[in-house]
Design a protein around this ligand. Structure first.
Ligand code: URA
Length: 486
């Protein structure tokens, strides 16, 4: 008997390496004992190995590693042996994976499906609760009980979806901790370590009850998608029986009621969000007056946390207006746009492109800094569509008074603010665009995108492209160039 040791229950790399070496040495499937560190006593620790010396070449079809990566996460203790048996058989039976009636294949496919389903359930049913430490820093903690060893496989979904938050997902076997930059995989936890009810949960229950549509209720489909075994960790589960019980009565009431009209609030919002080239309201007669009025802006909720309104800056007759996303931490404190790290990079790129910033008007799509407080740090948060829409009023004022020949959208948020539509920046960057009133529009990336590019080579390439876009601005509006008499 040969002992193959694995570092953890879903140790695919460990399994692959050893399985290949064992198969090369002709070790028969029935002669291998697979042992996972920490799981039961290692009875074969002192067993001598008697491998054959003559090596054979081992290869597998392309689809096998994918299948094996899923199967290895299954909780069946026989999964390692099953995979090795498949590996062994594949050396002689090259089309084995296509034989769906083969008992080994059938079992492996069923295990892979069960693992994929479990990953899907984890992405759907993890519910975070807010926990603050002594310094007030917030972490979101969730408790989940997967059926299989899927925690690492599911991690990338949460990292991508919740990159800007600090979170932990505790499970009985393994736990994930994300600090905003690095993912740590740690030992399992107990349900008692998971936080209980929080305020967010109460909101979530209210929200869930309000979106529950009794007329669309299909109890069987609901239980298939949201199996009852997950309910004990779902805050909304407590509502489900009463929502189901009342569904019939509520549906009949809905049928009796007259159709609802759009809320009056929608109309008000539409009136408050004029197109970018809108007429000026009578009470604002100049750019200077717009700046003063914007200082008291409460058109969205961002004014509550920001230090001040950061209005645009530059000559009133500037031929070019650059529009960024929103002020950052340093801009919020200084009350000036593009003075922080993104601003420094912007200045450098303008200089490289031969443009003179002092001849341009520089502003932002949103005039208040949106952030999340994490301890002492204020972490930038992207403005949402409502905030961008509310602030289009001010961008419209700026453009109407300045009447530039060219507007440059720095990034997708600026493009959305200027066109009123969420479009692809990549596509827009290649096009010759115009605003509604005919003003030329150039779309390029936001300088902070360049600050976030992780590898140097790509960063260098993207910076060159950005500079080339700015040079195009210089060609379209020569007065912007340093070498041109002002
Ligand atoms: N990013 C922006 O979009 N604007 C600023 O003023 C600073 C950073």
């Amino acid at each position: 008997m040969v002992v193959a040791r694995l570092a953890h229950p879903a140790d695919f790399e460990g399994w692959r390496e050893q399985a290949r070496a064992l198969a090369q040495r002709w070790v028969l499937p029935e002669d291998i004992a697979w042992h996972v560190a920490g799981e039961g006593p290692d009875l074969f620790a002192a067993m001598p190995r008697r491998d054959r010396e003559d090596l054979r070449a081992v290869s597998v079809p392309r689809a096998f590693p994918d299948l094996a990566e899923s199967v290895i996460c299954h909780s069946d203790p026989g999964r390692f042996a099953l995979l090795y048996r498949l590996l062994w058989r594949l050396q002689a039976e090259r089309d084995l994976l296509k034989v769906v009636t083969d008992p080994d294949i059938y079992r492996a496919e069923a295990m892979a499906r069960s693992v994929r389903r479990d990953i899907h359930k984890m992405t759907a049913f993890v519910r975070f609760r807010e926990v603050a430490d002594e310094e007030g820093a917030v972490t979101y903690v969730a408790w989940f009980e997967p059926e299989h060893h899927i925690v690492e496989r599911a991690a990338s979904f949460f990292v991508e979806r919740f990159t800007g938050m600090r979170w932990s997902i505790l499970t009985p076997r393994r736990s994930l901790h994300w600090d905003g930059e690095t993912l740590h995989v740690a030992a399992g936890a107990s349900r008692l370590e998971a936080p209980g009810d929080d305020a967010v949960e109460a909101c979530w229950r209210t929200y869930y009850a309000s979106i529950f549509n009794p007329a669309r209720l299909k109890v069987k489909a609901m239980k298939a998608e949201m199996p009852v075994k997950y309910w004990r960790n779902l805050p909304e589960a407590g509502l489900i029986s009463s929502l189901i019980a009342d569904a019939d009565k509520r549906t009949q009431e809905m049928v009796r009621q007259a159709p609802t009209l759009p809320p009056e609030r929608h109309e008000r919002m539409a009136r408050r969000a004029p197109a970018v080239s809108a007429e000026l309201p009578e009470e604002i007669g100049s750019l200077a007056e717009a700046r003063i009025a914007a200082a008291d802006c409460q058109r969205c909720g961002l004014y509550r946390c920001a230090t001040q309104t950061v209005f645009g800056e530059g000559p009133q007759d500037a031929p070019v207006v650059f529009v960024g996303e929103q002020p950052g931490d340093q801009e919020d404190l200084a009350g000036k746009p593009f003075v922080g790290p993104a601003g420094k990079l912007f200045d450098r790129a303008l200089a490289e492109a031969g443009l003179d910033r002092s001849r341009a008007y520089v502003t932002n799509a949103v005039k208040h800094f949106k952030f999340e407080q994490r301890g002492k740090r204020r972490i930038h948060q992207r403005p949402n569509a409502g905030e961008v829409r509310a602030c289009r009023f001010w961008v419209a004022q700026e453009l109407a008074f300045i009447r530039p020949r060219l507007v440059v959208a720095l990034g997708a948020t600026a493009l959305q603010a200027l066109t009123g539509k969420a479009g692809s920046l990549t596509v827009a960057r290649e096009l010759e665009l115009k605003l509604e009133d005919g003003t030329a529009l150039v779309a390029t990336v936001h300088p902070s995108f360049l600050l976030r590019v992780p590898d140097e080579e790509t960063k260098e390439r993207e910076l060159k492209r950005f500079i080339a876009d700015l040079q195009r601005v210089g060609q379209m509006v020569p007065e912007m160039r340093r070498d041109e008499a002002a």
